[in-house]
Ligand binder design. Structure first.
Ligand code: UDP
Ligand code: MG
Length: 338
């Protein structure tokens, strides 16, 4: 180990007190049952961080894994980087795990990374370079979505378009959670109090200077995706209702439009009957209109219900996650020095 390469991170000794320097980068890795990939993930992230020649930290967040993942990460060590592992008391979802990581990150900038190595850690030095050149947020945009079928790509595309349309803070297309954020941005995100954590929206909300970099998203290294269509639909609905009230406006507009057409139709029927004496006919059209209006009403009540449900969840003010255990491994090189 070259002492020269790590002179930055060495603890400054003043009056026999050890003052720790804030890590340059914190990499937050949330995981759920990823035993098969964690070792390789750790290796590749450490290699990428070592290219920076500065003290960095890796924050693993165990989101309630049932396999041996926790035993694995809590043993991780590195000569020059500090490794922290947070264990949540159960599966709270990736969003909560990311929030736990963001709260505890100490770095001057923070990178969010998936454990399954779909987000290549080799991009980290370039991201850090972009940050050092002034970008406060470096968004990583997927050029190709390897290992994802046509349906997932199309639905994802439509979702991004729709979200960008309804949300006030623009969400860059094909940018997931993989990104770098300056400490300032992280501090703002940590103050956002909502329980329903639609991360893409929350991460975009603070703004700041942004830079978009492209990368090729690899297929999953091993194991299975934790997402399925019902979960994705839930996430989409959560995203829409926690970031915009436009659907409520649409419900009102649908009501106004149908009322207008109903009025026009009533006038036509009334005139026909009173002026020309035509008998009132049209059983099928009556049924159709009743069904149509019933549909619109149910839809509007459903939309309203989604927002009321959101209010209910927010009003309970429960914590986002419960931390069960935390381990820290200081750089082993520094330990032997002090
Ligand atoms: N993950 C998590 N909690 C969950 C679901 C997923 O921490 O409830 C982690 C998972 O272990 C992985 C990352 O979030 O590190 C991305 O999940 P996944 O690969 O299943 O999603 P995809 O890449 O298919 O969108
Ligand atoms: Mg994945």
């Amino acid at each position: 180990m070259s002492a020269v390469a790590y002179q930055h991170f060495v603890h400054a000794k003043t009056n026999d007190k050890v003052e720790k320097q804030a890590p340059l980068v914190s990499v937050i890795i949330p995981f759920l049952n990823e035993r098969d990939v964690l070792e390789q993930c750790h290796q590749r992230v450490c290699n990428a961080l070592s290219a920076l020649h500065q003290l960095c930290e890796i924050v693993y967040v165990d989101d309630g894994s049932q396999d041996a993942s926790w035993q694995l990460v809590s043993q991780f060590q590195h000569p020059t980087h500090s490794i922290r592992s947070l264990r949540l008391s159960r599966n709270f979802g990736k969003e909560a795990a990311l929030s736990a990581g963001l709260k505890s990150a100490l770095g001057q900038c923070v990178i969010l990374l998936d454990a399954d190595l779909q987000d290549p850690p080799e991009c980290i030095p370039d991201m850090v370079k972009a940050w050092q050149q002034g970008a406060q947020v470096v968004e990583m945009q997927r050029r190709e979505r390897h290992g994802e079928n046509w349906l997932k790509r199309t639905t994802a595309h439509c979702f991004y378009r729709f979200m960008s349309y309804i949300s006030d803070s623009p969400i860059t297309e094909n940018v997931g959670d993989f990104r770098l954020m300056d400490k300032k941005v992280v501090e703002v995100i940590n103050t956002l109090p909502e329980r329903t954590r639609f991360m893409k929206g929350l991460l975009a909300w603070p703004g700041f200077t942004r830079q978009v970099m492209t990368f090729d998203r690899d297929p999953r290294l091993a194991g299975k995706t934790k997402w399925n269509y019902p979960k994705l639909i839930h996430l989409a609905l959560e995203g829409i209702t926690s970031f915009s009230t436009k659907p409520l406006r649409w419900a009102t507009l649908a009501g106004l439009t149908t009322s207008f057409f109903t009025f026009v139709m009533a006038m036509v029927v009334l005139t026909k009957t009173l002026v020309w004496g035509e008998p009132v006919v049209g059983y099928p059209s009556t049924v159709l209109i009743i069904l149509f209006l019933g549909g619109i009403q149910l839809l509007s009540i459903g939309v309203l219900g989604e927002y009321v449900g959101r209010l209910f969840i927010e009003s309970k003010q429960r914590p986002l996650y419960v931390l069960m255990e935390e381990t820290t491994s200081e750089p082993t090189f520094a330990q032997s020095e002090t």
